[in-house]
Design a protein around this ligand. Structure first.
Ligand SMILES: Cc1ncc(COP(=O)(O)O)c(C=O)c1O
Length: 335
């Protein structure tokens, strides 16, 4: 009888196996990914709307355009809500027939998202694209999803958790049919600019049909020591906060890290006229989220956040020395 796997022959890309990098949190991810990862956050959201038979959803003005794109493509009605300076929903309505999507902004709103989950139960979808370790048991009454590309050099992958941790068998779906690694290799070999076109091409391929992630991403993710990655992100965040808090006009309460947080970035709302373009010109590729909100939100605070928050990187590639370079770029700018 033929074996179901290819045995012998030339070697596949070498990736260390998870059991050489023991951590409690990657066990969590392995357990979930044993039932599979979906291709992307947007596909996880699409899957949730189908599983929960959602006909109508309340989404934030201050959010990602692809959320709206998913709802439009699936013919789901939606309306927008506003948030306050703590990035919390202004006057949520707690009734059985209203579904919300709430973004755990920048990985800083885990406690609020948990409270929301307890109040709204399976009527809320927690968007954890900014908190990859926002373990589903924190939001166990609700739907939640994340997006692995926001934290790691993988081409795809997103976890989806159902209310009450009901298991979800993704084996009926095929694998990502357009997976591409060019941007990841170019970023490694040549720096950020050369691979940008390939990066955008990969981003565009992440919608469409419901598909599982590539085996490549699942294998890489199983090799990662998530605890140490979280610790580095926290350390870098606190290092920047110590040096930039005085000139950061975000609500100080929001910027306090709760234990176990995995911040997405250090969100910096400068008291000066520092711009994203200035940072990019200094090769500091700090992202801007989400400029399209400027055209749709009636709320001046949200428009300001969308235009001016500079997401300073705090990820595991970097140490104090790089954080010092970031601080220097930001503070040298002046007024
Ligand atoms: C808040 C938010 N939700 C959902 C998504 C969609 O995730 P993905 O790009 O993995 O589809 C994104 C990013 O694009 C996002 O920023």
């Amino acid at each position: 009888m033929a074996s179901s796997i290819d045995i012998g022959g030339y070697f596949e890309l070498e990736i260390p196996k998870a059991n050489t990098l023991v951590s409690t949190t990657n066990t969590m991810v392995q357990n979930q990914s044993s039932s599979g990862l979906l291709k992307s956050g947007r596909i996880a959201l699409k899957t949730i709307t189908q599983l929960a038979s959602i006909k109508e959803l309340r989404i934030p003005y201050f959010g990602c355009q692809v959320i709206e794109d998913v709802l439009k493509a699936s013919d789901i009605s939606y309306s927008f809500y506003e948030i306050d300076d703590q990035l919390e929903i202004i006057d949520p309505t707690y009734t059985v027939d209203i579904h919300y999507l709430y973004i755990n902004y920048f990985g800083l709103k885990r406690q609020y998202a948990r409270n929301l989950s307890e109040s709204l139960k399976d009527n809320v979808i927690i968007d954890n694209t900014h908190d990859f370790l926002g373990a589903s048991d924190h939001f166990k009454l609700s739907w939640s999803f994340n997006s692995m590309r926001k934290f790691f050099g993988v081409p795809d992958g997103a976890q989806l958790s159902c209310p009450n941790q009901q298991p979800l068998d993704l084996n009926t779906f095929s694998r990502n049919s357009q997976v591409s690694f060019d941007h990841l290799v170019d970023r490694l070999e040549y720096g950020a600019q050369r691979g940008y076109h390939a990066f955008q091409k990969n981003e565009l391929s992440l919608g469409g049909d419901i598909e599982r992630s590539s085996v490549f991403s699942e294998t890489i993710l199983k090799s990662i020591a998530f605890d140490s990655i979280r610790d580095i992100r926290m350390r870098n965040y606190l290092y920047l906060h110590e040096r930039l808090a005085e000139t950061n006009e975000f609500n100080p309460h929001l910027l306090e890290l709760t234990p176990g947080s995995t911040p997405f970035s250090y969100p910096y709302l400068p008291s000066t006229s520092l711009t994203h373009e200035y940072c990019w010109g200094k090769k500091l590729y700090a992202s801007r989220l989400w400029p399209e909100c400027i055209n749709i939100s009636p709320n001046p605070l949200e428009r300001r956040l969308a235009g001016h928050v500079i997401h300073l990187p705090v990820d595991h590639r970097y140490n104090n020395e790089v954080m010092d370079q970031i601080v220097k770029i930001v503070t040298d700018y002046g007024e």
